[in-house]
Design a protein around this ligand. Structure first.
Ligand code: C2E
Ligand code: CA
Ligand code: CA
Length: 642
């Protein structure tokens, strides 16, 4: 701090009812005096360069008042003009007006910072009495009359400096306060940021579960008061997001989530019409799960329309590092309004509907209702039971012969899963395979199945020479196509049991191949290169046309039983079956007809030059022990049409 910034104020007010005293003050204060050492003191405190030797000091600017009231007026106008007094000299007795103490009280009321010198001619005047009547004792000095001019000057000089220092302290304090309030402001902002972090998802910046539940609570409350204002909750899950994450990495996954969040927020923004009582809101619950709270929809179909717009927005391609990805989403909708419904229950209902949407084919939306709740609950229970089914020995594999139509010889078997549930009894694969696929349990189950099948086939090979050329076909779930490591792990299981790739075939449905063309092509090509046979299952039920059949690496085409069983009564079907067989033969593929139940089915297929057949006409799928009995009893191993 430099001494130039020290605001030395040399303004002095003298208050006395005696004009000759004012003259004395003037003489003492208004002419230059030799430096009594205060200049040096100032230099040591404020760093001003001390001048050599005593220097002449400036005089003071002195104003006068004859009475306390006049003094107060002068002090006020000095304050108003921005030129306050530093020091006031006050006579103790000024009849008939205020006495010295009263005057000082008024002056301090108007300007608490002014310094005061009390002048008294009366030695009997009790100083302690004055002190007891006045506050701010540190701003008060006593001067006895008659005073010495130098003493007055010294007092004024030193008090003016003190005043300046006090002003500096006040300023410093104000500065500190300002700093403090800045810090407080910062702190409030930091707290605000913390609150935001606590209520929002970091990745997408959308509101999180906590904020959503809070808003759902408000919604439910409001709806109880205004039943006409219906709110809907959309629970949304990206289909196959895990595949993006697993195959392209988390960075790609994050980018997709951020983009999906942006699209969601955009739909919500454009859906919300002005004048709704509250804003709609898109939130992220975590992973690839989002929720949209739609405020004040007129009815369920408005919510469904919005859900369609969301599905559309989310299904547009995502571009990440030059790669185009496409994803769909499944949406469950629940309408708020149940009596005593909690936010969690509302969310759970929407989740249930989402589960249903996903189960019925993904890329769709479903509206929650009570029966759905039961169905989904059953399915969830089944899913929980399925997780430990293989370990508890509840799963089994049955085998259905695949028969050469021309010779009647058994060429192979299809392996089919069975689940013996401890309380539900036999659960058909159509009921549990989709659950296993949706929940991801299918990978473990498929591994278990292939292992059992390989072990069984190895046993047949060992015990029955006639089984040397027999193969077993195993079903591959669409979900497994997402795993590029599948061919490698299949090969190692088969090898572990001492089998060759040609001993095992893999069946993959036409619809799975068509849905995941790129992934399917990679996996099927790999499996085929390793020597495994590939069968296209359920042919005719998917969306492929005959013309794209040649693109896939297929050894065997399995015509779905719907064609086999209707083509007899329907000439068009017969024509289709005929062209399928002809085309497959032209492509070098073998054809198996599924669902052959009657001798008529068989005769017709024979006429159409179908190669192989499978169906109840020959045998139902049976346990390995029954196949072994057949192998033992029939050395020529022919299937006898029942
Ligand atoms: P799929 O692969 O088309 O299997 C053929 C289904 O047709 C089997 O039903 C079989 O029992 C049935 N079937 C065979 N001959 C006839 C017949 O003459 N008439 C009629 N009406 N049906 C016949 P299943 O065993 O109930 O299996 C149903 C589906 O479950 C299978 O269809 C397959 O998609 C799936 N599945 C079964 N086991 C597995 C498995 O280990 N892994 C996978 N991923 N899916 C499996
Ligand atoms: Ca099959
Ligand atoms: Ca089939």
């Amino acid at each position: 701090m430099s001494n130039t910034s020290l605001p030395i104020n040399r303004r002095v007010l003298t208050v006395d009812d005696n004009t000759s005293i004012h003259e004395d003050y003037r003489r003492a204060l208004c002419q230059s005096q030799p430096d009594p050492g205060i200049g040096a003191l100032e230099a040591s405190i404020f760093g001003a360069p001390a001048k050599a030797g005593p220097r002449a000091m400036e005089s003071f600017e002195v104003d006068q008042a004859l009475q306390g009231k006049e003094a107060l007026e002068k002090l006020r106008s000095a304050l108003d003009s921005g030129k306050p007094y530093a020091v006031v000299f006050v006579d103790m007795r000024m009849p008939p007006g205020w006495d010295g103490v009263e005057t000082i009280e008024h002056l301090w009321q108007a300007d608490p910072s002014v310094l005061v010198v009390i002048c008294s001619a009366y030695s009997d005047y009790e100083w302690s009495d004055v002190l007891s009547r006045l506050p701010r004792r540190d701003q008060l000095l006593l001067l006895r009359k008659p005073f010495d001019a130098t003493e007055v000057w010294q007092m004024a000089e030193s008090l003016c400096h003190r005043w300046a220092i006090a002003q500096l302290q006040v300023k410093a304090l104000e500065g500190a306060n300002e700093q403090l309030s800045l810090e407080l402001h910062e702190r409030e902002r930091a707290e605000e940021r913390l609150r935001h972090v606590a209520l929002h998802d970091q990745l997408t910046s959308l509101p999180n579960r906590a904020l959503l539940l809070d808003r759902l609570g408000q919604c439910i409350e409001r709806q109880q008061r205004h039943p006409a204002e219906v709110s809907a909750v959309m629970y949304l899950d990206l289909d196959n997001f895990k595949i993006v994450n697993d195959s392209l990495g988390h960075r790609a996954g994050d980018a997709v989530l951020i983009e999906a969040a942006r699209r969601l927020a955009e739909v919500v923004r454009t859906t919300d019409t002005v004048g709704r009582p509250m804003d709609s809101l898109a939130a992220r619950l975590g992973g690839d799960e989002f929720v949209v709270l739609l405020q004040d929809v007129s009815n369920a179909s408005e919510a469904l329309r919005t859900a369609d717009r969301v599905l559309q927005a989310l299904s547009a391609p995502y571009v990440h590092e030059g790669r185009e990805l496409s994803l769909s989403a499944s949406i469950g909708i629940a309408i708020a309004g149940g009596n005593g419904q909690t936010p969690e229950e509302l969310l759970r209902d929407a989740d249930t509907a989402m589960y249903q949407a996903k189960y019925s084919g993904k890329g769709r939306c479903a509206l929650f209702d009570a029966p759905m709740h039961t169905a989904v609950l059953n399915r969830m229970n089944l899913e929980a039971d399925l997780r430990g089914a293989a370990a508890r020995g509840e799963l089994a594999v049955v085998y259905q012969p695949i028969v050469n139509i021309e010779s009647g010889a058994i060429e192979g078997f299809e392996a089919l899963l069975r689940w013996n549930h401890p309380t539900l009894g036999s659960v058909p694969p159509d009921a549990f395979i989709p659950i296993a696929e949706e929940s991801g349990i299918i990978n473990a189950i498929s591994g278990w199945t292939l292992n059992i099948v390989s072990q069984t086939l190895q046993g047949w090979r060992r015990d029955f020479p006639i089984a040397a050329g027999i193969y077993v076909s195993v079903n591959v779930s669409r979900r497994q196509l997402a795993d590029p490591g599948l061919p490698g792990s299949i090969a190692s299981v088969v090898e572990r049991w001492g089998l060759l790739p040609k001993d095992v075939a893999f069946e993959i449905t036409e619809s799975a191949v068509m849905q995941h063309q790129e992934a399917a092509m990679g996996i099927l090509t790999d499996l085929r290169a390793r020597g495994f046979k590939i069968m296209m299952d359920d042919f005719g039920t998917g969306y492929s046309s005959l013309s794209c059949l040649h693109r896939f690496p297929i050894d065997v085409l399995k015509i779905d039983r719907a064609f086999v069983q209707t083509h007899q009564s329907n000439r068009d079907y017969a024509a289709v079956v005929h062209s399928i067989i002809t085309l497959a033969h032209n492509l070098g593929s073998v054809v198996i007809a599924e669902g052959v139940e009657t001798p008529e089915h068989l005769a017709q297929l024979q006429a159409l030059e179908c190669d192989l057949a499978q169906g109840y006409l020959f045998s139902r799928p049976v346990p390995a022990s029954e196949i072994e009995a057949m192998l033992r009893a029939k050395p020529e191993f022919r299937a006898v049409a029942a």
